[in-house]
Ligand binder design. Structure first.
Ligand code: NAD
Length: 356
C-alpha cells in the first residue's frame, strides 16, 4: 500500500427522492434564520417554491445566477445578501448557481445550503471561480464548501435530455482524472470508480426515459461521488484544456468536457494503466477512452468541438496555451508533447474517435 494523505471534507448530505421535504429541518440544522435563495432566471419557479416553503426563514430570492460567476453578478449578490440581512446562501440549481453562493460565502463566511439540479459537482468542492474582464480566476477556500447538500433526484427530472448526458460526462471527467491524480488515495479511487459506474449505467436509461427516477437517483449519487473526487484531489490535462475552451473560447461547459474527455484519457492511457483499468471496470469492460467516447456518442451527446463553435484555427491556439504554464499530468506536458496535444485537439475538433 502506497503512502497517502486523506483530507475528509466536512459536509452533510441528505440524499433521496423527495428529500426536499427536509428543507426546513436542514435550514434549522444550520442555525439559519434568513436564507437568500439563489437561482438562474430559468429556475425561478423552483426557487419560488423553496422560498414559499421556508416562509419567514426566506430572506428573498436572487434569480440572476449565470455561467462562470461574473464579478459584477457576484458583487450584486453580495450586496443583496447584506441588504436583506441574510445569514445563509441557499443555492438551488447547477454549478453556476452554486458558484454564486460560493462568491457570497467567500466574502461573508455565511454557510451555503446547496440543492444541486445538475451533475456538475461544485457542491462537493471548496473551489470557487469568478470571471473578470473575460478571465476566470479560481481558488480554494474551505469557507465556500457547502455545509449541507440536499440531493433530490426528483428535481433533476426536468434537466433537458442533452444536458443530462453532457452533465453526467462532466461528472465522470472529475472521477476519471482523479484516478490518476498525483495526490490521490485509495478511498478517492473507490469513490471515483463507483461514481463512473453509477453514471455510466444511469445515462443510457435516462436517454430512454428522462423521468426514470431510479436512474435519476443513480446519476445524482454518481455525481456526488465524482464531485467529491474533484473536491479532494488535483486535476490534470483534461480539466486544463476545458478551462481554456470555456474561459478563452467561451464554449459551453458540460459539452466541452464531454467532447474532450475520451481524447484526454487516450492521451494519458499509457502513462496511467491502473486508472485505465478502473475506468474500464466501471464501464463494464469497455476500453477506457473508447468506452467514454461511445457512452457520449451513443446517447446523443456532441462529439466534435467544431459543433460547439470552435474554429480550425483555434486548435493550434489551444494547444499552445495547454503547453504553457506547465502543470502535473501523468504524461508530462513538455514542449515535445505539442504535436501529440495538437493531434488530440484536432481529433476532438473533428469528432473522430480517440486514439491511444
Ligand atoms: P449551469 O449551472 O450553468 O446550468 C445550465 C442551465 O441548466 C441553466 O440554465 C440552469 O438553470 C439549467 N438547469 C439546471 N438544472 C436544471 C434542471 N434540473 N432542470 C432544468 N434546467 C436546469 O450548468 P452546470 O454545468 O451545472 O455548471 C457549470 C458551471 O459550474 C461552470 O461555470 C463551471 O465552471 C462550474 N463548476 C464549478 C465547479 C467547482 O468546483 N467550483 C465544479 C463544476 C462546475
Amino acid at each position: 500500500m502506497r503512502s497517502f494523505v486523506f483530507n475528509g471534507q466536512p459536509s452533510r448530505v441528505v440524499f433521496g427522492a423527495g428529500s426536499l421535504a427536509h428543507l426546513e429541518r436542514e435550514v434549522q440544522h444550520l442555525g439559519a434564520k434568513r436564507a437568500l435563495v439563489l437561482c438562474t432566471p430559468e429556475q425561478l419557479p423552483l426557487a419560488e417554491v423553496i422560498a414559499q416553503r421556508l416562509g419567514a426563514h426566506a430572506a428573498g430570492i436572487y434569480p440572476k445566477a449565470v455561467m462562470h460567476v461574473p464579478v459584477e453578478t457576484a458583487n450584486a449578490a453580495i450586496e443583496e445578501a447584506r441588504r436583506v440581512n441574510a445569514d445563509c446562501a441557499l443555492a438551488v440549481g447547477g454549478g453556476s448557481t452554486t458558484g454564486l453562493g460560493k462568491a457570497i460565502a467567500l466574502q461573508s463566511g455565511m454557510p451555503i445550503l446547496a440543492i444541486p439540479t445538475t451533475y456538475a459537482g461544485s457542491e462537493m468542492t471548496p473551489i470557487w471561480g469568478m470571471t473578470e474582464n473575460g478571465l476566470k480566476k479560481t481558488g480554494r477556500d474551505p469557507r465556500v464548501l457547502p455545509r449541507t447538500v440536499i440531493y433530490d433526484p426528483e428535481l433533476t427530472v426536468s434537466l433537458p435530455a442533452g444536458l443530462t448526458i453532457t452533465s453526467g460526462m462532466n461528472a465522470i471527467a472529475h472521477a476519471a482524472e482523479g484516478l490518476y491524480a498525483q495526490d490521490s488515495n485509495p478511498v478517492m479511487d473507490l469513490m471515483a470508480e463507483e461514481g463512473i459506474r453509477a453514471l455510466a449505467s444511469a445515462l443510457p436509461k435516462l436517454r430512454a426515459n428522462p423521468a426514470d427516477i431510479d436512474a435519476r437517483g443513480d446519476a445524482l449519487y454518481g455525481a456526488w461521488l465524482c464531485g467529491s473526487v474533484l473536491g479532494n484531489v488535483g486535476m490534470a490535462l483534461h480539466h486544463k484544456l476545458c478551462h481554456t475552451l470555456g474561459g478563452t473560447l467561451n464554449l459551453p461547459h458540460a459539452e466541452a468536457h464531454t467532447v474532450v474527455l475520451p481524447h484526454a484519457i487516450a492521451f494519458n492511457a499509457a502513462a496511467a494503466p491502473q486508472a485505465m483499468q478502473k475506468i474500464s471496470r466501471a464501464l463494464q469492460g469497455a476500453p477506457a477512452a473508447l468506452g467514454l467516447y461511445h457512452l457520449a456518442k451513443d446517447n446523443g451527446a456532441p462529439t466534435a468541438l467544431r459543433d460547439l463553435g470552435m474554429t480550425a484555427a483555434d486548435v493550434d491556439r489551444v494547444a499552445q496555451i495547454a503547453i504553457q504554464n506547465p502543470y502535473w499530468n501523468p504524461r508530462p506536458i513538455v514542449p515535445e508533447a505539442l504535436p501529440a496535444l495538437r493531434e488530440l485537439l484536432q481529433r476532438a475538433w473533428e469528432g473522430a474517435p480517440p486514439v491511444e
